[in-house]
Design a protein around this ligand. Sequence first.
Ligand SMILES: Cc1cc2nc3c(=O)[nH]c(=O)nc-3n(C[C@H](O)[C@H](O)[C@H](O)COP(=O)(O)O)c2cc1C
Length: 160
Amino acid sequence: MKALIICVSVSNGSTRRVADRMAEVLSAELVEPEGVDVDQITQYDLVGFGSGVYFMSAHPRLWRLVCRLPHVEGIPAFTFFTSGAAELPLVGYSRPIRWGIARRGFRVLDSYSCRGLDTVGPLGWVGGVNKGHPNDDDLDAAAAFAIRVRNQIRPPEAAS
Ligand SMILES: Cc1cc2nc3c(=O)[nH]c(=O)nc-3n(C[C@H](O)[C@H](O)[C@H](O)COP(=O)(O)O)c2cc1C
């Protein structure tokens, strides 16, 4: 199985740490949005889209990539985020970008999120909140999530 993980992590590297762990368990290629060869996207069996949450949204660099992607025929995809606060059901940050990915023809599977060190604005004066996150438990949960997603598209006995 050929997997690609695309990640934007501009603040404290929290989302990148999650992406690194997922890439490790999936043996995935890990790139930033600008590193994606959009003409080659159909070569992948699974694509992960990840971002820190900035002003209630995925980073504009991820959005720009999604807009550049060609239409695909049901390539399985998943999303992941780190954020200062948990997502609220009615004003979710994940919904718009997941919708954008689905509009490109991807079959959008589950989403993973955990807290990341948040040093935005005055929070930085006190060293930020969610210190130590993502922690080992968050990263283990990210790895378990990635394996679950892989097994959704490929039964465990076929996985290598
Ligand atoms: C400019 C900026 C805006 C942010 N806006 C939000 C927000 O709207 N909601 C939230 O929960 N966290 C917000 N955060 C916190 C980040 O989502 C959090 O720190 C995340 O882990 C950053 O990921 P990164 O270190 O990979 O960039 C913001 C952080 C920054 C720097």
